[in-house]
Design a protein around this ligand. Structure first.
Ligand code: ATP
Length: 198
């Protein structure tokens, strides 16, 4: 697609819910979370570099990445965290661009939880933000993942606050609304994006 809508929002703010609605309208979704897993899947160049750097103990028996171990290492060591980010960010970025180019719909949605935190706005033509109350984020995210409210709050502390995120938005979906209302808003935005894409 020539026209790319970046979809972002805080944890539990409804990104996946909204992305699914655009998918139902026939729009191709490029998902940064999926790409982040693909670039380290077994036999990938990314995983080969990680195992060369950290040693083969970073792999599980089935030669997949031991994510818990990697998370533990980078949590304790800033240098290793930077090394990993310098490896993965360009790989993820290249794949996001590649998959958007391959998308066949009139425009595509690039769903990136940390689009703004990682300053990736230049990849998109428009920024769509899902937004709801902080308490709603915590209750929805903890309900879905069985994460504790404390864990959710910790993740939220590493993300932009609502007010700042919204200043970057071209469009905002208030996900406090009921799903039928959100679907109607998505249909409206869809018509606008089709026009903009032309
Ligand atoms: P994450 O960043 O954690 O992946 P997300 O931003 O993708 O989350 P969703 O997974 O879409 O958010 O929504 C979080 C939870 O809240 C899900 O269980 C979803 O079904 C529910 N939810 C989202 N929007 C609404 C809504 N408008 N009404 C009721 N429930 C909702």
């Amino acid at each position: 697609s020539q026209f790319i809508v970046g979809l972002t929002g805080g944890i539990g703010s409804g990104k996946t819910t909204v992305a699914n609605m655009f998918a139902d309208l026939g729009i191709d979704i490029v998902d940064a979370d999926i790409i982040a897993r693909e670039v380290v899947e077994p036999n990938s160049a990314g995983l080969a570099k990680i195992s060369a750097h950290f040693g083969p103990n970073i792999l599980n028996k089935d030669s997949s990445l031991n994510r818990a171990k990697l998370r533990d290492i980078v949590f304790k060591n800033e240098n290793e965290k930077n090394w990993l980010n310098q490896l993965l960010h360009p790989l993820i970025r290249a794949q996001m661009i590649n998959q958007c180019n391959l998308a066949q719909s009139k425009y595509c949605i690039l769903a990136v939880p940390l689009l703004l935190e990682n300053k990736l706005q230049s990849l998109v033509n428009r920024v769509l933000v899902t937004d709801c109350n902080t308490n709603t984020q915590i209750s929805r995210a903890s309900h879905r993942d069985k994460n504790s409210a404390a864990q959710i709050k910790q993740i939220m502390a590493a993300q932009l606050d609502r007010e700042t995120r919204i200043t970057y938005a071209d469009d905002i979906i208030n996900t406090e609304l009921i799903l039928t209302q959100i679907r109607a808003i998505c249909e409206n935005l869809h018509q606008n994006y089709l026009k903009l894409a032309n």
